[in-house]
Ligand binder design. Structure first.
Ligand code: MG
Length: 247
């Protein structure tokens, strides 16, 4: 590769400069081939669930949000506006609504997890292409969500992704401690036997990639818009397209 083609690789014509270290994998042919070597050491693949293994436009999480607000209203006897305010505060201070409810109100997590995940999935579509690319990933594949594992299994079934993962973990498997707490990741990875030096994490919430990055994992931010942070190695708005570049 000569100096000019290297320049074109880093500064593609007509596009914003790609920050060295972050490969925008939807930037076009210039980045093709840059991704695969960065994952050549990876034998353990960790996927978040909501808005990662299905695109945000399926809006499943919107339904969960409504159920969470209703649960907070009933459990704490507060009006909707106060419940929404508390939820944002708990999300910011504790990572999830549940973690805040447990820390500040000693809430029983199990009935909560059942209630907030009773969502309609009839509009969800299976994704055969995504399934095919996940199947090609070499080694161990797991799902790790801040939701519950039974809910995750239902979502995987609705997306045609059942049976592709070696294990599915929910917040209950980390003693109800949520991502982004490092202790939550450590609990799940110890339980599964993940060697973080050989693992990659796919996630839509940038906060949830910080601990995996600290622990030596390859990090992939899956979201419509990129988020500029040193702990994010890759961004994609299309998980299937990204995985196709690893195949
Ligand atoms: Mg998510």
């Amino acid at each position: 590769m000569n100096a000019f083609s290297l320049f074109r690789l880093v500064y593609p014509p007509g596009g914003a400069a790609i920050k060295p270290g972050i490969e925008n994998c939807d930037a076009g042919p210039y980045t093709r081939g840059m991704v695969r070597p960065a994952f050549s050491h990876v034998t353990q693949w960790v996927f978040d669930l909501d808005n990662t293994l299905y695109p945000p436009h399926m809006r499943l999480f919107d339904q969960i949000e409504v159920l969470m607000t209703q649960y907070v209203m009933q459990a704490l006897g507060v009006e909707r506006a106060e419940a929404d305010r508390l939820r944002s505060q708990y999300w910011r201070d504790y990572g999830t609504t549940l973690a805040g409810l447990m820390a500040e109100h000693d809430l029983d997590p199990d009935p909560y997890l059942v209630a907030v995940h009773e969502v309609d999935m009839s509009h969800m579509e299976p994704d055969a292409q995504l399934a095919a690319y996940i199947r090609t990933l070499p080694g161990r594949r797991i799902v790790y969500t801040n939701g519950s594992a039974p809910y995750a299994e239902r979502v995987l079934a609705a997306r045609g992704l059942s049976g592709l993962f070696d294990a599915v973990y929910g917040v209950e498997h980390a003693g109800y401690r949520p991502k982004p707490e490092r202790a939550a990741f450590e609990a799940i990875f110890a339980r599964d036997g993940i060697d973080t030096a050989q693992a990659a994490m796919f996630e839509d919430d940038p906060r949830n990639l910080a601990a995996p990055h600290q622990m030596g994992m390859r990090t992939v931010h899956v979201a419509p818009e990129p988020h500029d942070a040193d702990h994010i190695h890759h961004h994609t708005d299309d998980l299937t397209a990204f995985l196709s570049r690893l195949a």
